[in-house]
Design a protein around this ligand. Structure first.
Ligand code: ADP
Ligand code: MG
Length: 366
C-alpha cells in the first residue's frame, strides 16, 4: 500500500492505460490502491483523466491495458451492474417520472430484493440523508440540494461497499456545497464505505479526503494526505496547483543529500533550499516557498538567509496582510502575514529584507 493508508487494499489499478482512439493515452500508467473504508479523491484540471478512471472502475469504459481489481478479484470483464458499486454524478439525474421512493426502489428491484425488505432499506437510506418525509415527492418538487441528497441515498440504498462520486456538488451554491461535503464524508466514514471521489476543486479535495491523488495529463502527479500535498509538494505542478505558491527560477550550483544552493535567475543571488526534485549541479530548478512561510526582516537564526525585496503592493485583508514584492527581478512574490497589533504596515516602494527557513524552500523541477 502507498503510505498514508494503513488499511488493506480494496480497489487496485495495476498498470492501467486508456486510449479512446487507439493512439493518445488519456490514462498513461495508473497504479493506485485504495484502502478499505478510505475516502480517496482524484483532483485535477479538466481533461486530466479523472472521469475516465472512474468510468473504468464503474465498468462503463474498458481499460486498454492493465488490470483493475476489487477486493482482490479482477473485474475488467464484469459488467457494471454486477460490480456492486454505488454512483453519484453531477449529471446522473434522478428519474423524473418516478417518486423519490420509486427512484430508491429501482436499484433494489434490479437486485431482486423483495418488497418488504425494500421498504425498510428505502426508509433507512432516506433517513440517512435527512429526507425521511420526502418519499412521495417527484424530483421536480425538490431543490437542487435535496435532489443531490436523494441521488446520494439512491447510491447508498443497496449498501454498496464502494461508492463513486464524480463532481456531485458541482452545480450547487457554495454554502450548500460545504454542508453536503461535511455530510458525505461523515456518512461514508460512519458506514465504513470506500469512496472514490472526483473534483477539480482543491478546497473540496483537501477538506473531505483521507488521501488525494493529484492528476495531470493522465498521470498521478502526487498521492498523499491533504497536509502533505500542501506542505510537501513533490513537483512544480502540485506546488502551483494546490494553494498559493511563490516560484523562483534558478540553477542548482551545489547539491548534497539534504541541501542545495540555487543561484537565482535575474539577480544571481544564492539561496539554500531542500533538494526535492533536482538531480545534479547545473540543473534548472523552480524553488517553491509558501507565502505564509516568509518573514520580513527575519530573525531566523544563522541557518536562514535573506533576500532584498521591494514592496509593490500592500493589501489589508482583515485577518491577514497580503504583500506583493519585487524579488530577484520578478514582481509577483507574495507574502502573507497575520494581522497582529505589532505588525508593521508597508508602503509601495519600501525596501525590505525577507527570509525563510531553508526547509520551507523546496527545489523542484523547472
Ligand atoms: N468518450 C470519450 N471519447 C473520446 N475521448 C474522450 C472521451 N471521454 C473523455 N475523452 C478525452 O479524454 C481526456 C480525459 O477526459 P476526462 O477523463 O473526462 O477528464 P476529466 O474528468 O479529468 O476532466 C480528455 O482529453 C477528453 O477529451
Ligand atoms: Mg470529469
Amino acid at each position: 500500500m502507498p503510505d498514508g493508508s494503513n488499511s488493506q487494499a480494496f480497489v487496485e489499478f495495476d498498470r492501467v492505460q486508456k486510449s479512446y482512439d487507439g493512439e493518445v493515452l488519456v490514462v498513461k500508467d495508473l497504479n493506485l490502491a485504495v484502502g478499505r473504508g478510505e475516502f480517496l479523491t482524484m483532483l485535477g484540471p479538466s481533461g486530466s483523466g479523472k472521469t475516465t478512471v472512474l468510468m473504468m472502475l464503474a465498468g462503463f469504459e474498458t481499460a486498454t491495458n492493465g488490470e483493475i481489481r476489487l477486493g482482490g478479484k479482477e473485474i475488467n470483464n464484469i459488467p457494471p451492474h454486477k460490480r456492486g458499486i454505488g454512483m453519484v454524478f453531477q449529471n446522473y439525474a434522478l428519474f423524473p417520472h418516478m417518486s423519490v421512493a420509486e427512484n430508491l426502489s429501482f436499484p433494489l428491484e434490479v437486485r431482486n430484493i423483495g418488497k418488504s425488505e425494500r421498504e425498510g432499506k428505502i426508509k433507512r437510506a432516506l433517513d440517512m440523508v435527512q429526507m425521511g418525509d420526502f418519499g412521495g415527492r417527484r424530483p421536480a418538487q425538490l431543490s437542487g440540494g435535496q435532489q443531490q441528497r436523494i441521488a446520494l441515498a439512491r447510491a447508498l440504498v443497496f449498501e454498496p461497499e464502494l461508492v463513486l462520486m464524480d463532481e456531485p456538488l458541482g452545480a450547487l451554491d457554495k454554502q450548500l456545497r460545504e454542508t453536503l461535503q461535511f455530510e458525505i464524508t461523515n456518512l461514508a466514514h460512519e458506514l465504513g464505505i470506500t469512496t472514490v471521489y472526483v473534483t477539480h476543486d482543491q478546497t473540496e479535495a483537501l477538506t473531505m479526503s483521507d488521501r488525494v491523488a493529484v492528476f495531470d495529463d493522465g498521470r498521478i502527479q502526487q498521492l498523499a494526505p491533504p497536509d502533505d500535498l500542501y506542505e510537501k509538494p513533490q513537483n512544480s505542478f502540485v506546488a502551483q496547483f494546490i494553494g498559493e505558491n511563490n516560484a523562483l527560477r534558478g540553477t542548482v550550483t551545489s547539491l548534497s543529500k539534504d541541501r542545495c544552493v540555487v543561484k537565482l535567475d535575474g539577480t544571481g543571488e544564492q539561496i539554500d533550499a531542500l533538494p526535492v526534485n533536482v538531480a545534479k549541479e547545473g540543473d534548472k530548478t523552480l524553488v517553491s516557498i509558501r507565502p505564509e512561510r516568509v518573514e520580513f526582516n527575519p530573525d531566523l537564526g544563522e541557518n536562514a538567509h535573506t533576500l532584498d525585496a521591494e514592496v509593490m503592493e500592500f493589501v489589508y485583508m482583515g485577518d491577514v496582510f497580503r504583500t506583493r514584492l519585487k524579488v530577484a527581478g520578478r514582481d509577483d512574490f507574495i507574502v502573507k502575514t497575520r494581522n497582529r497589533a505589532d505588525q508593521v504596515r508597508l508602503s509601495p516602494g519600501e525596501k525590505v529584507k525577507i527570509g525563510w527557513l531553508p526547509q520551507d524552500c523546496r527545489a523542484l523541477d523547472p
